[in-house]
Every structure is written in structure tokens, then in C-alpha cells.
Write a protein that binds this ligand. Structure first.
Ligand SMILES: [Cu+2]
Length: 188
């Protein structure tokens, strides 16, 4: 973003200099620069950025295609997760979410007290946990690993300790249930 904005700023300054020097009687070449780059280039960049933003936003919308469903319940100051366990039936865990690798899942995000926010930076897609509402996000973890997640909305004195881990396991090979991988003691 820094490089892109530096290039665009440089172009704008160049166009400004051209316009400043030429006065009201512009040559065809200068018109090309001012309209082609000043307007055409800017609009093209904006359209590409907006299209990319819409595409990224669409990807984290839940769809009715039978994807795996899990749930995240936030409260001051911790996370409780509901997900399919080793034998496929639902289990409830504290601070650790288990999801299979390479398969999209929809996560229902709720809160029982104040507004929190579910965020696993490596998976993208940050979603608020709002009392009385169920927010849905679609996520996918591609390879088996353990990811760190956190509350991304200040929610009181225990906010910084409101971390959790996401254990991504190979499909069909549920790992041993474990305690918090990223517990409060790991918080900065
Ligand atoms: Cu918080």
C-alpha cells in the first residue's frame, strides 16, 4: 500500500506541475496526461480496489451449501466453542476450537454480555460477537497447524487475556483434546 500510494502521489504531483506550467492552453499530450492519468487511472484503481474488497467480503459470507457448522460463544473473558468431536457428535471446549483442514466451515458467533470480536488473523475475517445476535462467518484453514485467535474488540479489564487457539487437524484424524495452547499467561 505504501509503494502504491507513493507512486500515485508522485503521479499527482507530476500532473499538478504540468498543469501549473502549461496554463490554460494545453497541448493534446498534456490533456492525455491530465484526463487519461488524472481521471482514467484513478478511476481504474478505485474500481479494482472496490471489486477486490467486494470479492473478499463475499468470501466470508456463510452460504447454504451444507458446510460444517461450529459456534463461538464469547463472555468476559473467554471463548467457548462448540464443534464436532472425535466421533462426530458435538463437543464444547474452552479456549480451543477444532476444525478440519482444507474444508470451509461456518462459525456462529455470539456473546452473552458485551460486544467482543472473533478474530483469527491467519484466517482473515474478523466478526463481532454481539449479545442477542448470531453473526455468521465462513472461514477455511488449509493446512494442519495451530493458529492463534483473539478478541479484537476492547471488552473490559480482561480483554488482553481473551485469547484462544484453533487446532486445524487433518480431516478424519481428530487430535487428542488439549488445554489452552495460547493461554492467558502468553498474553503480552
Ligand atoms: Cu475483548
Amino acid at each position: 500500500m505504501l509503494i502504491g500510494s507513493a507512486i500515485i502521489t508522485g503521479l499527482v504531483l507530476l500532473l499538478l506541475t504540468l498543469a501549473w506550467r502549461s496554463g490554460p492552453n494545453r497541448t493534446g499530450n498534456e490533456r492525455l496526461w491530465i484526463w487519461g492519468l488524472g481521471v482514467g487511472f484513478t478511476m481504474s484503481v478505485l474500481v479494482v480496489l472496490v471489486a477486490y474488497g467486494v470479492w473478499v467480503g463475499e468470501r466470508i459470507l456463510a452460504r447454504a451449501d451444507g458446510a460444517l457448522r461450529v459456534a463461538a460463544h464469547a463472555q468476559q473473558w473467554g471463548w467457548e466453542f462448540t464443534q464436532p468431536g472425535p466421533d462426530g457428535t458435538a463437543i464444547v471446549t474452552q479456549g480451543v476450537l477444532y476444525v478440519p483442514a482444507g474444508r470451509p466451515f461456518d462459525i456462529e458467533i455470539t456473546s452473552s454480555d458485551v460486544i467482543h470480536s472473533f478474530w483469527v488473523p491467519r484466517l482473515g475475517g474478523k466478526m463481532d460477537a454481539v449479545p442477542g445476535r448470531v453473526n455468521l462467518a465462513r472461514l477455511q484453514a488449509d493446512v494442519p497447524e495451530v493458529l492463534e485467535g483473539l478478541c479484537a474488540e476492547f471488552c473490559g479489564v480482561g480483554h488482553s487475556a481473551m485469547r484462544f487457539s484453533v487446532v486445524v487437524y487433518p480431516e478424519g484424524d481428530f487430535p487428542d483434546l488439549q488445554a489452552d495452547v495460547f493461554g492467558p499467561e502468553d498474553s503480552p
